[in-house]
Design a protein around this ligand. Structure first.
Ligand code: WQD
Length: 373
């Protein structure tokens, strides 16, 4: 195994989180990248980094590269600066994968200023530090929610950005900021920022080992972790379905669920594409070295479909109440995944049964999750 000093250092913000921790594992397993995680532990546990290291050792052997963790809040610009300075002498941080954000569609409508401060303010602080330390490779965790209610489904990347939730608008704003930063730096040689926004559809599942999964603090806001926690008795079984009067086959919202390990793979492919510059050939200096890709499966599943799928995986008989629509929800977010497949080589291969099986395996193996570790 190559020793860590020869690996490209990749700063992963929010790397303790659900997506972030799976990205950290995927980076480690490439043998090319060394993840350096910063996270403020607002919605994640330090235990996650130990699990990532354990999985790397399980799969690569005792001398597997080990991830590095610094508890840092992106809004603390001096702390962020210290992290970049710390690695400046060792060749510096080669790229940033930026996942740290507040991410609940419904909640964002209740506390929008918090969402703008963290998601937009935090991204600007990070980009300033990158500029200061000549780090010019960036993968941004964007979201399908930037499309709002799209005119066509499945949704291509060319669909207008018209987010309908504060959360989605923060992601849309950061994409716009990124394009301006790429445009402004396009003629600056090795200081030209090369950025890729990966627009997540709905991540689901957990690492197949059961050692890593979705462990939000408190009651999950998202459907799948909530279903898993209800089935193991961690949450009361007062499941509410937010609306069945949408223009969809069964009236409930449709989302494009993809396995979190496939989603994590998409980040590695985006970094590889930045390294090879393969995807920027069509970019002009007037536009800047910026691309955006959907990371989805291209298969829409409704809320009721997902309840049935989790019943099949867990054996739990869910009871639910149909209530009013949730602020910010849109009827159908299903990806057209063809551009990411063509240009990144990205395919979300795992199926719904694997997503639900791995989610259930994680939940049953981690009764109280990471919180009690
Ligand atoms: C899915 C559907 C709800 C809970 C998530 C992330 C967001 C983004 C996209 C990355 C919706 C319904 C939910 C419940 C319900 N990911 N639901 N009862 O809103 O699509 O967003 O994926 O950027 O960050 O939050 O996912 O799981 O919250 O909702 O009926 O108790 O399930 O209304 O239709 P969402 P979700």
């Amino acid at each position: 195994m190559s020793n860590s000093s020869s690996l490209k250092k990749v700063l992963v913000t929010g790397g303790l989180g659900y997506i972030g921790s799976h990205v950290v594992v995927s980076l480690l397993l490439t043998g090319k990248y060394l993840p350096i995680v910063i996270d403020n532990c607002h919605n994640a546990y330090p235990e996650a980094i130990k699990r990532c290291a354990e999985i790397a050792r399980d799969e690569m052997g005792a001398d597997a590269p080990q991830p590095i963790f610094h508890q840092v809040d992106l809004r603390d610009s001096s702390a962020v600066d210290e992290v970049f300075a710390k690695y400046a002498g060792e060749g510096g941080i080669w790229a940033v994968v930026h996942l740290a954000a507040l991410k609940a569609v419904g909640e964002s409508g209740e506390i929008p200023l918090q969402y703008y401060k963290v998601n937009v303010g935090g991204s600007i602080a990070l980009l300033e530090a990158m500029e200061k330390y000549n780090c010019s490779n960036f993968v941004f965790s964007s979201s399908a929610t930037v499309y709002g209610t799209p005119k066509t489904v499945p949704i291509p990347e060319s669909s207008p950005l018209q987010a309908e939730s504060a959360y989605g608008r923060t992601k849309q704003m950061v994409e716009v900021i990124l394009q301006d930063v790429c445009r402004a730096s396009a003629d600056k040689g090795d200081k030209a920022v090369h950025a890729v926004s990966v627009r997540y559809f709905n991540p689901a599942g957990a690492h197949p080992s059961g050692k890593l999964g979705e462990e939000p603090m408190g009651k999950p806001g998202n459907l799948l972790p909530l279903l898993a926690q209800i089935a193991v008795g961690r949450q009361k079984s007062d499941l509410k379905v937010f609306g069945d009067d949408y223009p969809t086959p069964d009236g409930t919202c449709v989302r494009d669920y993809l396995h979190v390990m496939d989603l994590a793979k998409g980040h590695v492919l985006a970094l590889d594409a930045i390294a090879s510059k393969s995807i920027f050939a069509s970019c002009t200096s007037a536009e800047g070295m910026y691309r955006a890709f959907n990371l989805g499966k291209g298969k829409g599943m409704s809320v009721l479909n997902m309840i049935a799928a989790m019943k099949k995986a867990s054996g739990f008989e869910y009871k639910y109440e149909i209530v009013g629509r949730r602020l910010g929800d849109v009827p159908d977010l299903t990806a057209d995944p063809t551009l990411a497949e063509k240009e990144l080589g990205f395919v979300a291969e795992k199926n719904l049964d694997e997503m639900c099986r791995d989610l259930w395996n994680f939940q049953t193996k981690n009764g109280d999750g990471y919180s009690k570790q």
